[in-house]
Design a protein around this ligand. Structure first.
Ligand code: UD1
Length: 370
């Protein structure tokens, strides 16, 4: 197949939760290429996350090829980041157009690239489209809404997400319920999960410790409320070790939190294989992330979400997740139920089966190459 006939899709990745979502799509496109497909991709890293721990480690562990382009947009306020990514991606497109801009998830890079592409008349495909928390205080919700408003092709993780899009007036023919690429990555790497070096030092054995991740402003930006939450975690976990990989944003507040409970162990952000080993073997996970609630659901690990809403309701209705809000009292009660052996056993949502990347590649082929 000559390169003249190649059809190039931009795959956009900007921040940590994007990387595990693009890996299976890249793999599926490469598999199609060996079978004679004209589809090609250009991997564009926006540079929103730039530390090895937030970015490079994930590329290495998940076998994602080095980006073809790095826009090196870096940190800043929401508007600064959005603007920097838009300006740089627009420049790239003006120099060298692609046929489609494929964005994943809900980070600032997702929205910024979708806007830049669509304004140049380049169609947009959105993976993980249609999910909604209804909480406009989260930048991710704004990013989802704006992106979906200007998307041409919607790839969804659930029927609920597809239904949300239909209610917004999106034509059924543009919606593809394909499943969850993040789960493709988890299943593909399940046998490779490996313990972090500190496992023995902290005495982490199966079901005998907790994992905590917190980085939402509502939980970590106020020193006093964050301290109360950490105290509730320390008391409610009854002396078991609590492993807390600390996101850079959270680290800033933690510097000012005086009395950390002694069983809470702060560690660096973990690479993919180590983080998911920690989750798989934990007694439970306490988090304010969205993606982690999907991984705990598939691994059958109890998950306590310290938010008022979720954009991923199937992790609650089908999976092991519960939405507790941000009041420490609710967390204490939930930990009580866990220790009493009263946590629910979850199931696995439809099409979270490890084949989503292939479904997306097939749909792209039908959309672009026929
Ligand atoms: C972003 C995503 C969020 C995702 C999270 C996971 C948006 C709106 N939010 O939030 O959905 O759950 O990533 O990590 O896109 N920083 C570093 N090194 C890095 C990256 C960031 O030190 O490699 C620092 C920044 O300087 C900043 C803070 O971390 O102070 C926040 O980074 P930013 O990318 O703005 O947003 P996140 O909170 O990471």
């Amino acid at each position: 197949m000559s390169t003249e006939t190649a059809i190039v899709v931009d795959i956009i990745a900007g921040a940590r939760p994007n990387f595990m979502k693009i890996a299976p799509i890249i793999k599926a496109l490469e598999a199609r290429r060996t079978q004679g497909s004209r589809l090609r991709y250009r991997l564009v890293h926006t540079g929103q996350h730039y530390d090895a721990r937030m970015s490079g480690d994930f590329f290495a562990q998940l076998g994602i090829p080095a980006p073809d382009v790095n826009l090196e947009s870096g940190s800043g306020t929401q508007a600064e980041q959005t603007a920097a990514i838009m300006v740089r991606y627009e420049k790239l497109l003006l120099e060298s157009q692609s046929r489609l801009c494929l964005v994943v998830g809900d980070v600032t890079s997702t929205m910024a690239c979708a806007i830049a592409a669509q304004k140049l008349g380049i169609p947009v495909a959105h993976v993980e489209a249609g999910i909604r928390s209804g909480d406009w205080t989260m930048p991710e919700e704004i990013n989802r809404m704006v992106t979906d408003a200007i998307t041409n092709w919607y790839f969804t993780t659930s029927e609920t997400a597809s239904e949300n899009l239909r209610r917004l007036g999106v034509d059924d023919q543009r919606i593809f319920f394909v499943g969850n690429t993040m789960i493709d990555t988890l299943l593909a790497n399940f046998e490779r999960l490996r313990p972090p070096q500190f496992r023995n030092e902290l005495g982490l054995t199966r079901g005998s410790y907790f994992v905590v991740t917190l980085h939402r402003p509502s939980n970590v930006d106020g020193v006093a409320s964050f301290e109360r939450l950490l105290k509730a975690i320390g008391e409610g976990t009854h002396g078991l070790p609590v492993v807390f990989p600390v996101h850079p944003r959270t680290a800033k507040t933690l510097e000012n939190v005086p009395g950390l409970p002694p069983t809470i162990h702060l560690v660096e952000p973990q690479p993919y294989l180590e983080f998911n080993w920690l989750v798989k073997n934990a007694k439970a996970v306490i988090t304010d992330s969205g993606g982690i609630t999907e991984e705990t659901t598939v691994m059958g690990v109890p998950c306590m979400t310290l938010r008022d809403t979720t954009e991923r309701p199937e992790t609650v209705t089908v999976g092991t997740n519960e939405i507790l809000g941000t009041d420490p009292a609710a967390l204490s009660a939930a930990l009580g139920r866990l220790f009493a052996g009263q946590w629910k056993n979850g199931g696995i949502p439809e099409k979270w089966d490890g084949r989503t990347g292939e479904r997306i590649a097939e749909a792209l082929e039908n959309i672009l190459c026929r």
